[in-house]
Write a protein that binds this ligand. Structure first.
Ligand code: CA
Length: 518
């Protein structure tokens, strides 16, 4: 009897110990959801101009149950480079992935956060868009879009499925959703915590919506952004020289214009690209001028937002799965995009510039029990911080070579006293695509100073408080000289800190390497 009592006491003790300490030490699961080119002002939780007409209820659910970050910025606003910065926690000049095209493939031998988590006992997978030209490292399983410059296709896409090329039937966003759920339910090692990178191809150009959403916004006139008719005054050599305007640089393919009859397959492929370089493109002979520009915007923005509807649906499927599988409480869910995007802002589509709409990334995080519901955060966070933050939340130390910093404690209400008060940016790809001059710059909570340097030498200064739309370059103003001096000092200090204090000639070398010309 006594022996029995001792045994019961031991079992009870072990159970309580495991409950108290085992639960504490249990690693959280992590689902990192990232879409391609989804601007924060196209998410209703961010309160943009489309919030009523094109809501995103499932992404908003994450914000309602977690925290929405309003000042998360990209360090090089373009697909591949942002992804490389996210994985490595390092700037482009440190991880060597500067451009989408024309540079070297991503060096997968570098330290990345998935690789570290895998070593720490996580089951890891990446499903959907990858776009780094070399096969993923650090994942137990990968299935990513290949072909079309690593962009993949919206319809019947070809994936690299753990090293094997397979063509799947259907719509990319839904397929990526299917494969993510399949991995979670059937493929992963369920004895381990997991980290899934769930990455949509959508809503990247050429914005092909699912069949069922092709007419989603029929009969509605989408609102226009305030800077739709920007005349690029005071920014003629930079913003004024792009090839990404709604008015003159959308192609037949982007606008889904009906092709003329009788084209050969080669002629048809060529015809699809007409419009990119400023050629006149119109759905009819009579539609011209400002009316044509508005028509193009409506076509573009409706297709873009319809693609997002499918992304939001598939996030809804995932959240429902987590609820039903009893995983919601133990899983961190992040929603972000590889950069922001111009939704007719400044008259543009695309990204690249250090101006607000493409610099800013959406970032929403739900972490039950650690981050309270319905929170907002406006600290300056960067994409190079994602890796240290995720590692930190998994209880793993950040390797020294990573340049970002964990903002995990900021999210949990213990803001570091000396958190970053300015961010550094550097963009390289030129002239293709879209003719955006390479530039670097600094953004504080109020000011932005940019240097465009490739074959021009132009500085721009914006006061984001007085001019949030960045329409007036103040650089030449006499009364701003003191401010400029101060900002430059801070900018050069950051360049030194990050190891980017090299000559302009050396910077141009990254752009020149494998340069793709028009
Ligand atoms: Ca992108």
């Amino acid at each position: 009897m006594k022996k029995y009592r001792i045994l019961v006491t031991i079992i009870a003790f072990v159970t309580v110990f495991n409950f108290v300490f085992g639960q504490e030490n249990k690693k959280p699961n992590i689902i990192y959801i990232m879409s391609d080119d989804h601007a924060s002002h196209a998410i209703s939780a961010y309160n943009g101009i489309y919030k009523d007409v094109a809501p995103t209820p499932n992404i908003d659910r994450l914000a309602n149950e977690g925290m929405l970050l309003s000042n998360t910025f990209c360090t090089n606003s373009i697909c591949g480079p942002s992804r490389a910065a996210i994985l490595t926690g390092k700037y482009s000049h440190q991880n060597s992935f500067y451009k989408n095209e024309g540079g070297d493939p991503f060096d997968g031998s570098q330290e990345t956060f998935p690789k570290i988590l895998q070593k720490e006992g996580y089951a890891t997978a990446v499903i959907g868009k990858w776009h780094l030209w070399s096969e993923p490292t650090g994942f137990d399983y990968f299935k990513y879009h290949t072909l079309n410059g690593e962009q993949g296709s919206y319809w019947n896409p070809v994936y690299n499925d753990n090293g094997e090329k397979v063509q799947e039937k259907g719509y990319a966003t839904n397929l990526t959703g299917d494969f993510a759920l399949d991995w979670l339910e059937n493929k992963r090692d369920k004895t381990k915590p997991f980290m899934l990178m769930f990455q949509f191809k959508a809503p990247h150009r050429p914005w092909y919506p699912d069949e069922k959403y092709k007419e989603l916004f029929e009969g509605i006139e989408m609102p226009y952004p305030e800077t739709f008719n920007d005349d690029y005054k005071t920014r003629e050599l930079t913003a004024g020289k792009t090839m990404m305007t709604i008015e003159n640089h959308l192609a037949n393919k982007d606008l889904k214009i009906t092709p003329p009859e009788g084209l050969s397959p080669e002629e048809y492929q060529k015809w699809l690209r007409i419009g990119d370089k400023g050629e006149h493109v119109s759905p009819s002979d009579t539609l011209k001028g400002k009316a044509l520009k508005k028509w193009k915007y409506q076509k573009y923005i409706k297709d873009y937002l319809a693609c997002i509807r499918s992304v939001d649906d598939n996030i809804g499927r995932l959240l429902k799965y987590l609820d039903e599988a009893g995983l919601s409480e133990s899983t961190i869910v992040v929603y972000t995009a590889d950069q922001g995007f111009y939704l007719g802002d400044h008259g543009w589509y695309d990204k690249r510039f250090m101006y607000e709409q493409s610099l800013r990334m959406p970032f929403i995080i739900r972490y039950p029990g650690k981050i309270e519901a319905n929170q907002k955060n406006d600290d300056i966070n960067l994409n190079i911080d994602f890796a240290p933050t995720i590692l930190d939340m998994a209880g793993v130390e950040t390797p020294k070579e990573m340049q970002g910093k964990s903002f995990a404690s900021n999210l949990m209400g213990e803001k570091e006293k000396c958190w970053r008060d300015a961010m550094y940016y550097h963009y390289y790809e030129y002239p293709k695509w879209h003719n955006v001059q390479p530039h670097y710059g600094i953004r504080t909570d109020r000011y932005k100073l940019i240097h465009f340097y490739y074959d021009i030498d132009v500085w721009e200064l914006y006061d984001l408080k007085e001019d949030p739309n960045e329409l007036t370059n103040l650089y030449g103003n006499e009364d701003k000289k003191g401010l400029i001096k101060k900002l430059k000092r801070k900018l050069f200090k950051l360049q030194k800190e990050y190891g980017d204090d090299i000559s302009l000639e050396e910077m141009r070398e990254a752009t020149r390497k494998g340069m793709i010309k028009y």
